[in-house]
Design a protein around this ligand. Structure first.
Ligand code: T1G
Length: 696
């Protein structure tokens, strides 16, 4: 056995040379790994006793791709192209032995091997599109040659890996190895290849599947139109399609040249920078600086939920999905029955879409119980209160929970804006009180704002962050302030959207500008979807707000067939002349004078105050990092992920420009645009939000 370098070993097993990579956490293709493979291949090729080679990894996974932390740094070590060439041109057969994930550059290395074997739990994919790139090491040319054009297009534009069984089916691997027996199986395969004198099979020479698609441009046009909505605004998918078209129509070396050109365009573009930033931001959000590594994690094996309404039922599903028993307590039987029925209905709807088996519904429902007795929560590890947003109601509930629940139980509120510290003050155990702010629909939305109270203990915080991961949420730790982080920033955008339509911008213009920016829907279309009459009281309505005026006109949103927009029977939104006139009349009555409002002003007025509010949130320590604010907005409010998040966007625009605009708006429109001190400091010193160190 010889150590090629610190991360690579070459040992022999009979006539087979085994190259083993060990570069935690995911054996990414760092310079050391590339040098190691290249050096080990040279050694193996020169060793007469070695007749075949196995490439395998230690740790949790096969190579999970290029080392994203090296992007943007000066190249070092053997290039990936050199590594691939020495493998593909090897005179000795090379077998890739795959466990965990073979992703991106990792799969592209496996694709230049002559054979591929994997354990059943392995997954193989080319997820570069998720970081705004395309497979830049031959994946766009080799994958279609193995799995065919349609499957390759789907895999590379979705970024989704396939499981080993499917990989075997589509020819991406040649054999399955027993779990725990990968190396032995790979060596055995290598030995058979030698014994049977099988010719060296190179993917780059297999052209039948791409030739079969030649002369069928409609295939690509159909794929483009079928995915137009999903690819809206994204640069990478289109370039991937172009590379696959090249794989079909050009010799592979020309296809590889195009792939290289388009890869570099994406690598140097703003979208990949944003997506790579977000990749790390979403992983950093889990880390709570200042929390001792050995902070005890409390057991959460049973959960109680107070309230069986939309939120309570949705929250319950997260725990049922993770196999955690839930007991829901309500005050009225019919509300409880309705909540339990809603949960079952949601599962049945998911099953109808083929995403859940009937037996899984029963497994989940078997974990769900309900009653009208708070006493039933005496022994649960965690209670989540999801009742009416009223401070007195919540304080009364937490007082009773404090008297009912066992010592050490975590008492959480799902409040979306109320003061958690005041809620905690109703108990004798504020150290056990935390906010778990789910977003509706709670069983769908990934974001969970974990709200730390003034007295919340480290254990309760650490337990809550870990629990969030266990139930598949993206957790961000936030402080106690009105609206926490997400809704506090949303209020800025909402205020400006409402002001802009008083000044002459149409609701559909505001929606269009924000939709074109990348949001899934603009604020007025969103209001129509949610319903304009949330919290509206017909008896007390006094035409004092535009929303009241519209509700009084029975324009309550999509559900009433009209809101800001008119809706046809297919619920297609159509700008309403009546609303246009209603807005003009209302604005006049309120003393507004209307004017032409440019798209640029709409965008800046909606986005810059969000960035400014984010700066205030950081100043007050209500978020640990600027990137946490971005993770909140990407996962809770549909901020276009290829723009990184509001704070990343501010850095991209230039904080000096954001500051100048805020100062201009402050002069023109009022103190609501007053720049945050932090924005002034950073802009003044030429720094970015990304230069800030995480708060403790
Ligand atoms: N490079 C560097 N670090 C990486 C990494 C990568 N490719 N992937 C993961 N990490 C780090 C991650 O930051 C975290 O670090 C730790 O590993 C665990 O990750 C030429 C150009 C492999 C499925 O896009 O999908 O190849 O926070 O928390 O949930 O065409 O990581 O612990 O310090 O996600 O078990 C293509 C991205 C690259 C794969 C494991 N490859 N990674 O998931 O752990 S571009 C990818 C993942 C490329 C080629 C192109 C997942 C995972 P820390 P984790 P996990």
């Amino acid at each position: 056995m010889s150590a090629i370098n610190s991360v690579t070993q070459l040992r022999t097993d009979g006539n087979v040379g085994v190259i083993s990579i060990n570069f935690p956490p995911v054996n990414a293709l760092s310079a050391a790994v590339r040098d190691g493979i290249h050096g080990a291949m040279q050694a193996a090729l020169q060793e007469p006793a070695i007749e075949a080679i196995v490439l395998i990894c230690e740790g949790s996974t096969f190579i999970a791709g290029a080392d994203i932390t090296e992007f943007g740094k000066p190249p070092a070590g053997a290039s990936l192209g050199e590594v691939q060439r020495i493998v593909e041109e090897s005179a000795k057969p090379v077998v890739a032995a795959i466990h965990g994930t073979a992703l991106g550059g990792g799969l592209e290395v496996a694709l230049v091997c002559h054979w591929r074997i994997a354990v059943p739990s392995a997954r193989l994919g080319l997820p570069e599109v998720n970081i705004g790139l395309l497979p830049g090491a031959g994946g766009t040319q080799r994958l279609p040659r193995i799995v065919g054009v349609e499957k390759a297009l789907e895999m590379m534009t979705s970024g989704s890996p396939v499981k080993a069984a499917e990989a075997l089916e589509i020819g991406l691997i040649d054999e399955l190895a027993p779990e725990g027996g990968l190396q032995a199986a790979a060596v055995a395969l290598a030995r058979r290849v030698v014994a049977e004198k099988r010719p060296l099979r190179k993917v780059r020479e297999q052209n039948d599947k791409v030739l079969a698609a030649r002369g069928q441009p409609a295939l690509f046009e159909k794929f483009r139109s079928a995915n137009a909505r999903k690819f809206r605004g994204l640069a990478a998918p289109e370039k991937i399609i172009q590379c696959v078209e090249a794989a079909v129509n050009l010799p592979i070396d020309e296809g590889l040249q195009l792939e290289r050109k388009l890869f570099l365009e994406l690598m140097q573009g703003p979208q990949s920078a944003a997506l790579r930033y977000y990749f790390f931001a979403s992983r950093q959000a889990w880390q709570v600086p200042g929390l001792p590594k050995d902070t005890p994690i409390l057991p959460v094996e049973t959960v109680g939920i107070l309230g069986a309404g939309t939120m309570g039922a949705g929250i319950a599903m997260n725990f049922l999905n993770a196999g955690i028993p839930v007991h829901i307590v309500e005050t009225r039987q019919e509300a409880l029955d309705r909540g339990l029925a809603t949960i079952r209905k949601n599962y049945e709807n998911t099953a109808k879409k083929g995403r859940l088996q009937p037996e899984d519904i029963e497994k989940r429902m078997a974990l769900l119980t309900g009653s009208l007795e708070l006493q039933q929560l005496a022994d649960v590890d965690l209670v989540i209160e999801a009742v009416f947003e009223n401070m007195e109601v919540k304080k009364d509930i937490f007082k009773r929970l404090d008297q009912t629940c066992k010592a050490g139980a975590i008492l959480a509120s799902n409040t979306s804006a109320l003061d958690l510290n005041e809620i905690a003050s109703a108990t004798t155990r504020p150290e056990s009180v935390i906010g778990l702010h789910f977003f509706s629909p709670a069983n769908v939305m990934k974001l969970l704002e974990v709200v730390r109270g003034a007295h919340t203990s480290d254990s309760v915080i650490a337990t809550s962050m870990q629990l969030a991961k266990r139930i598949g949420k993206v957790a961000v730790l936030v402080g106690v302030c009105p609206g926490f982080v997400g809704n506090r920033i949303l209020a800025q955008r909402q205020r400006e959207a409402n002001a802009l339509i008083m000044e002459g911008a149409m609701p559909w213009a505001v929606d269009r500008v924000l939709y074109q920016f990348g949001f899934p829907m603009g604020p007025f279309a969103m209001s129509d979807l949610a319903g304009l009459d949330l919290g509206w009281n017909k008896e007390k309505s006094s035409s004092s707000t535009l929303r009241e005026v519209l509700c009084e006109m029975d324009r309550r949103g999509q559900k009433s067939g009209a809101g800001f927009y008119d809706y046809d029977e297919k619920r297609t939104a159509v700008p309403s002349q009546l609303v246009e006139q209603t807005i003009a009349d209302f604005a006049k009555k309120k003393g507004y004078s209307t004017r032409e409002v440019s798209d640029e002003e709409i965008l800046e007025r909606c986005i810059y105050p969000m960035i400014n509010e984010g700066a205030k949130i950081l100043e007050e320590g209500m978020a640990l990092r600027a990137s946490d604010i971005d993770v909140v907005w990407v996962n809770g409010y549909g901020w276009p992920i290829h723009r990184g998040g509001p704070m990343f966007h501010g850095d991209q625009v230039g904080l000096d420009k954001v500051l100048a605009k805020m100062q201009e708006f402050e002069r023109q429109l009022g103190p609501q645009f007053k720049p945050a001190k932090l924005l002034e400091e950073l802009a003044g010193s030429g720094r970015k939000f990304s230069d800030l160190k995480p708060a403790r």
